[in-house]
Design a protein around this ligand. Sequence first.
Ligand code: SF4
Length: 289
Amino acid sequence: MGRSDMTPLGDTGTSSFNSELPAGGRHDLRYDQSPGAPETDNYTEGEGAFGYVHSYETGSRLDGPGFRVTLFVSGCPLRCQYCHNPDTWQLKHGTRVSLERVVARLGDFAPALRSMQGGLTISGGEALVQAAFTQRIFKAAKSLGLHTALDTSGFLGARATDEYLKSVDLVLLDIKSWDPETYRRVTGQEVGPTLRFAERLAAMNKPVWIRFVLVPGLTDGPANVEGVAKFVAPMKNVEWVEILPFHQLGAFKWKELGLDYQLADTPPASPELVARVIGQFRDAGCNVR
Ligand code: SF4
């Protein structure tokens, strides 16, 4: 939906602006929906009465157990080379939507989600850029009787307070690499905050699925894979490790946004490579798929 007529608004949470929640999904390109949005870096929220949303999709079976609604929110501090949603990096590319609208739409789906043992997953972008907004959505989802999952890189894990995590049943935690230099090359950020978040989740016994994006020539080094595997294997709260083979589905977004896409010539992960990496996680003692 076009937002070119939008008056820039402060982040007060008191605006009467109330866009519809944008349907669609992760493969849609969304650009400049809220040109008046604050800068994403150092974004300071109000009370989370509204937020910036890329899109939502229904019927996902990839983002947690059962049949799910996945909400993609805007804003991310990482710059993953393989990102298939670079249009979620900046808040201004998302649609400014009230909490009320999000919860009302979720309510429409709640009976179906409950009957199919599904729930709500919040992904992005990085859901913890808008921690107040996403916490309130999770809380509302719990009061609708839904299972909740947070899909995160963990880089902003310190923003997920214990109170926040009370409304989250499952964390889908992306550990994008073990080797600090590789992590930096892949994401532009440091790996430490993600590892500390993983340890905190383990200490509180919060159910976690670890996700590892397998990119030939980038994240597939045997020592890099083994580092992640040995780190998570002893964690009893980690139910699954999921290997996500790299694909090129997001390449068109980089081009449309005028971004420098480094992986244009990178092939998809071959079945042999996927099998080797699954074997490494299995040998370390992980449940892997
Ligand atoms: S954390 Fe996710 S949304 Fe952010 S850059 Fe990486 S892949 Fe893209």
